[in-house]
Design a protein around this ligand. Structure first.
Ligand code: ZN
Length: 359
């Protein structure tokens, strides 16, 4: 989606673009089809969305004139689905109760799922995730500590799914960053089973998880990875919550406890992001070769570039570059030493074997 082309289509009231995107007007709180005949808004008040769901989750309501949802269903169904939206908006702290939603919409849970998806564009669960995500962003922009914001937004625990959600909802990285001013990283360190570990976080999530012999070296690494960032030690308030993250990470490293779901803030080239995102899909206890990763991301000849992207990973363990090994079974390299790579893989294999029935 290209903002300039979208804006041109809005100015032209281009009906051929209906259904391809929606525009929201922040001043009126309404979203429209490109062809809407209402007065044209000022560019600076407009945002573009790929799905109605994205606009809804941003707090916008369907325009009464162009009725952007009507091309997807009859008005009665649309009304009912909007009622479901309102219910979800009032209940972001609880998991969606499908039976309650179905009763509200006067249909079976099965049909509710299908109709909701057809009209709004995503499932009720995804819609609720989007609402939480929005709440989270608002709190973070308002300067709340990341962990409190995560709680307040209705996430029982921070979910790394939220990075994915942004893509699902069609928000561009630029939109996502709007309101952010450069990058500030706070850091803390602890001793783990794999040695001294430092984590660094932005207001979006963890951007740095690395190991070294002492804090001075770790801080050097952090500076080298983010030369333009403002670095500061975590304050006491945030420190307590981060200590809990650290404990969860350490439980994983020392006892093979399941890897905690933590929000990540990955910054890299398009290629690196592709590789890192793929790494996050390799299940614990399994490995892939560099060649397999290259093939999986549709760049079969870019094996060396995949290895470089693994080496450029700044968020150890959580972006599991340790699960990539050489095609011949050799461990390959590891930014934080082969001993750590071997230990991580051993833990993960043992954990998977232990959880198998009969094992
Ligand atoms: Zn409209």
């Amino acid at each position: 989606m290209n903002d300039d082309l979208c804006w041109q289509a809005v100015q032209d009231r281009d009906a051929t673009q209906d259904g391809r995107f929606y525009y929201g007007v922040l001043t009126t709180g309404v979203y429209c089809r490109p062809s809407c005949t209402s007065r044209r808004p000022l560019r600076r008040n407009v945002r573009f969305y790929v799905t109605p769901a994205a606009a809804q989750a941003d707090g916008l309501r369907p325009c009464k004139r162009c009725r952007p949802l009507q091309q997807r269903a009859d008005s009665r169904t649309v009304e009912r689905m909007l009622e479901v939206c309102r219910y979800l908006e009032a209940h972001t702290q609880e998991a969606p109760d499908l039976d309650a939603l179905a009763a509200l919409a006067h249909m079976s849970p099965f049909h509710l799922q299908r109709r909701f998806k057809a009209v709004i564009g995503i499932s009720p669960k995804q819609y609720q995730d989007a609402l939480r995500l929005r709440g989270l962003r608002q709190e973070l922009r308002a300067g709340a500590p990341v962990t409190r914001a995560i709680q307040d937004a209705g996430y029982g625990s921070a979910s790394r799914a939220y990075a994915k959600l942004a893509t699902h909802l069609g928000m561009t990285p630029r939109q996502y960053r709007a309101g952010g001013d450069g990058i500030a990283i706070s850091y803390a360190s602890a001793t783990t089973a794999l040695g001294r570990m430092m984590i660094g976080a932005t207001d979006r999530g963890l951007c740095f998880v690395q190991f070294d012999v002492d804090d001075a070296r770790l801080l050097q690494r952090l500076r080298a990875e983010y030369p333009g960032a403002r670095l500061s030690p975590m304050d006491a308030a945030a420190g307590a919550a981060f200590a809990a993250w650290m404990d969860a990470l350490d439980a994983h490293l020392s006892r093979g406890q399941p890897l905690p779901e933590l929000p990540l803030d990955l910054r890299g080239t398009a290629f690196q992001m592709k590789v890192w995102n793929f790494l996050c899909t390799i299940p614990s206890g399994e490995v892939r070769s560099y060649t397999e990763v290259a093939a999986a991301i549709g760049r079969p000849r870019a094996v060396r570039a995949v290895a470089s992207a693994c080496a450029a990973n700044r968020v150890g363990v959580l972006v599991p570059c340790h699960r990539v090994i050489r095609g011949d079974g050799g461990l390959g390299g590891y930014k934080w030493g082969l001993e750590r790579k071997r230990a991580l893989l051993d833990h993960e294999r043992a954990q998977v074997a232990g959880s198998r029935p009969g094992a």
